[in-house]
Design a protein around this ligand. Structure first.
Ligand code: LER
Ligand code: MN
Length: 272
């Protein structure tokens, strides 16, 4: 069964990002539970930013799962990416994500590589950047395997990366690397920009897709844009997707209303 999830960001330095809840962890979890979400996706400043025992107790208290952990703070706060021209920076990026994988694994949750993939820097050949990215991803895939969790790679739209932008590109890349534990994230906002037909791409590459970011065409909660969610939901259901549909959307018009709207849409498309 497809499960609902909502994002919680605990990084006050980057208040403008696409996350539903922004404040206190427990208050956000209480709200998520109250609305009927199955899980939360956490965006923290580092792997040790949230105490493991505290989170463990809160997940039990509110009967929520941890669906995934974001790693983007490594780039936003520390300027780390897997494709930086500086080898030391690349190594620090791998180390940052390694720690995040270990943290998530304590809860059976995979880490997400989104903005940490980086970009092909000016003056660098595409092949060189892809080699750096491949090297990092293979190392991290092995670490995820050792920890018994998946690793999530997220193709981003062209305004955020010039590496790979579509689900087809991501699937071909993972196939070429022969990674064992890495799955793709289908972010409906990025796909709205890059895919010819979102539902068709989901159908075609369903075996690669292990996580979904649930946002409308304008990155507001589903129901506020022009994404054809009926067709997309049908593709996820008929392709037997069993993962989380996780609201990574702007808290528009505010946190509580966006969480509520997300749950209304989730029920409309996945629980009727
Ligand atoms: C991360 O999941 C993502 O989608 C990025 O666009 C965040 O900036
Ligand atoms: Mn995303």
């Amino acid at each position: 069964m497809i499960k609902s999830c909502v994002t919680i960001a605990l990084v006050p330095q980057i208040k403008s990002g696409p996350w539903i809840f922004w404040n206190d962890l427990e208050k956000s979890m209480a709200k998520a539970a109250d609305l009927g979400f199955d899980a939360i996706e956490l965006f923290t400043s580092a792997a040790d930013a949230v105490d493991v025992e505290t989170l463990s107790n809160l997940l039990i208290k509110y009967n929520l799962k941890l669906a995934a952990v974001g790693t983007g703070a490594g780039k936003v706060l520390h300027g780390l990416t897997l494709t930086d021209v500086n080898q030391d920076v690349r190594a620090k990026a791998v180390s940052f994500i390694t720690d995040m994988i270990s943290f998530g694994a304590k809860f059976g949750a995979p880490a997400i590589i989104g903005s940490m993939q980086g970009n092909i820097a000016a003056g660098i050949e595409r092949n060189q950047a892809m080699d750096w990215f491949s090297e990092g991803l293979i190392t991290l895939d092995k670490h995820a395997q050792l920890n018994g969790v998946k690793l999530i790679y997220e193709p981003l739209n062209r305004y955020e990366t010039n590496l790979l932008n579509t689900i087809a590109d991501g699937a071909a890349f993972l196939t070429s690397l022969k990674t064992t534990n890495t799955i793709l994230l289908a972010d409906l906002f990025h796909m709205n920009i890059e895919e010819t037909d979102i539902a068709e791409s989901i159908n075609k590459f369903s075996t690669f897709i292990g996580h979904v970011h649930f946002a409308d065409s304008n990155r507001k909660p589903i129901g506020n844009g022009h994404t054809e969610m009926g067709k997309i939901a049908a593709a996820l259901i008929t392709s037997n997707y069993q993962g989380f549909v996780s609201a990574e959307a702007f808290p528009w018009p505010d946190e509580d209303a966006s969480a509520k709207q997300t749950m209304i849409s989730f029920k409309k498309y996945f629980r009727n």
